[in-house]
Design a protein around this ligand. Structure first.
Ligand SMILES: [Zn+2]
Length: 261
């Protein structure tokens, strides 16, 4: 009974308060100003996150946001390397195969150029991956024309590539481009983008629980962020790749041979 009476009197006092407020046509201060604290926190958090993720790509000095660290990227790369070795198991060419020897020879020269590139253009916060891990070279028998380098300095070449790369200069330009992606930490940038995107989509869902903004967010992100960035990455890898190939004394004019990724 006492509880009911207390609740009732509390309810009455709230109604009085509300009617007094409505007379003055005002919201109670905790509603009127209550949003300021979380909004200030959010703004300060965003500024802090922006400046701690702000980074400049080596050589081109392109401004970018990157919130992963090179050590973590390399650990992920080593993990992915083991998975890829499992995946390609039966098709990996032995180290003394002619194709493996060629890839190893050209790759080592590009890797040496990558090391000096890193020493010249790397920043104090270890913005490139060249110096921290030795390179590995894996040649996989496959009809696919492809080559890629994953963080942790693991180079993969699929033999379909040799249909297009007719000499060592061609191979050097492809490897230069792929190592450039790795040097400039483009993989870390893509992961950072998806982390930021996840945070943003959570915020959007809080602001608009109907989900309409959220459904617009994904195509908008693709159109305004992901596609332009992927083009920027390709242009940047071309620029750095030419530096690496010519530094390793290969003919950079072969860079016209263009493989995706
Ligand atoms: Zn590329």
């Amino acid at each position: 009974h006492i509880i009911i009476c207390q609740t009732r009197s509390h309810f009455i006092s709230l109604r009085r308060y509300a009617s007094r407020r409505s007379n003055h046509n005002e919201l109670p201060p905790y509603i009127k100003y209550g949003f300021i604290i979380p909004m200030t926190g959010l703004a300060m958090g965003s500024v802090y996150a922006y400046y701690s993720c702000l980074d400049y790509a080596p050589y081109t000095n392109r401004k970018r946001l990157i919130c992963t660290n090179p050590k973590w990227e390399q650990e992920m790369g080593h993990k992915q390397y083991k998975e890829l070795l499992q995946k390609f198991k039966g098709d990996i060419l032995p180290a003394d195969h002619r194709a493996s020897v060629t890839v190893q020879r050209v790759g080592s020269r590009i890797a040496a150029a990558a090391q000096s590139f890193s020493a010249q253009y790397g920043q104090t916060n270890d913005t490139t991956n060249a110096t921290t891990s030795p390179y590995t070279y894996t040649v996989v028998r496959s009809p696919e024309a492809n080559a890629f380098v994953i963080p942790g300095n693991h180079v993969f070449v699929l033999t379909g590539l040799f249909r297009y790369a007719h000499n060592e200069d061609d191979l050097a330009s492809v490897l230069g481009h792929e190592m450039a992606h790795n040097l400039a930490r483009h993989a870390g940038e893509r992961v950072s983008e998806s982390i930021l995107m996840t945070i943003l989509s959570r915020l959007v869902l809080i602001l608009d629980p109907t989900g309409i903004l959220f459904t617009l967010l994904v195509p908008a992100q693709q159109l305004l962020v992901a596609l332009p960035h992927s083009r920027e990455h390709e242009v940047e890898a071309d620029k750095i790749g030419i530096v690496l190939a010519s530094e390793a004394c290969y003919d950079p004019r072969s860079a016209k041979i263009d493989f995706q990724e």
